[in-house]
Design a protein around this ligand. Sequence first.
Ligand SMILES: [Zn+2]
Length: 392
Amino acid sequence: MQPLAIHADRLLTPFEDIVDGVVVVQGSKIIEAGPRGRVVLPRGARQITARGKTIVPGFVDVHIHGAGGRDVMAGNAESLEIVAGTVARFGTTSFVATTVTASLMETCDSVGGIARFMLKSSETAARELSAEILGIHFEGPFISKARRGVHPQEWILAPSTEVLAQLLQEARGTAQILTLAPELPGALDLIAAAREAGLVVSLGHTDANYEQAQAAIAAGATHAAHVFNAMRPFSHRGTGVIGAVMTSPRVSAELIADKVHVDEPAMRMLLEMKTPERVILVSDGTSATGMPDGKYQLGNFQVKVSGGVCRNAEGKLAGSTLTLDRALRNIVAMGVPLASALRMVTANPARQIGLGSRKGVLAPGADADLVFLDDKLEVAGVMTRGAGFDQA
Ligand SMILES: [Zn+2]
């Protein structure tokens, strides 16, 4: 396959800021990325120039439920392809398909479907613009009834290693993240079992106090789902799970940076406390992402979208219509340097799920997942594993 050399005004790898750079792609992989003067182009390489653009790694979303009118819980190839195709247009080139709490039977069906789709698509190289599904994030069923948000109460379960084993069996090696409430009886045993199975354990939809959250972190939890949302609130004499997450350096914090879920001063506190290395921007996107206002499904319940904000029948926030390109612009608009903000949608999420050398980075051997940003940080072009891109 003929190598493709793409020249651009700037590359953000995101660890290095390179002026006048070139990314060389062969098939689905990056084979070289660096300053124009230092990269030796392979013989016969086709060359194109992305004038006025910055090339950055494709975004990695570790918490997303759907897009383009489809929910990942549908679990069928058609729906998953629509979700993957929709988010790719906004620069998300890979994601972790996230379940919502549903009956165990329904969850098993969804997980089985997603796993089947993933294992099948890994055999065939994508030829169109389409994000890669990297695994499954279980949001529930082991969450707090007091902090369930819009997750249906009737399907919430007490922590159970047997139920987890059942979910893992359906997932056939594709499970990545388990979000749970650590204060529930049996949660520490569940954390041990999840760690044993290689999952990232995430604190979320939780009413945990500081001590309970610390115990979970000591037991191996390293992640926190959409921090501030669906958590016991912070108080100076009862700092709760937020206090534990903020002061534990090895815990990464998800943030829904749509300016609706979390107010700007709280976002600033999180960025200061966790540093750009430990913040992961997520969309928590629903099927309404990339669609006009209206009524949509989230798992097996309906949400209403008005002005781009998703709420359920009770008026509770129900996920978002956020895309990671917008999240990135929102963070940069707060004064955060682009290179730092970029880590929060690329290298940080990729590293958290153990894919730091394949995703979220412009480097030899990484997947050719590229986003071309214009000077307003709008997405001007996207490449997914070498496909779907002609001219920036
Ligand atoms: Zn949630």
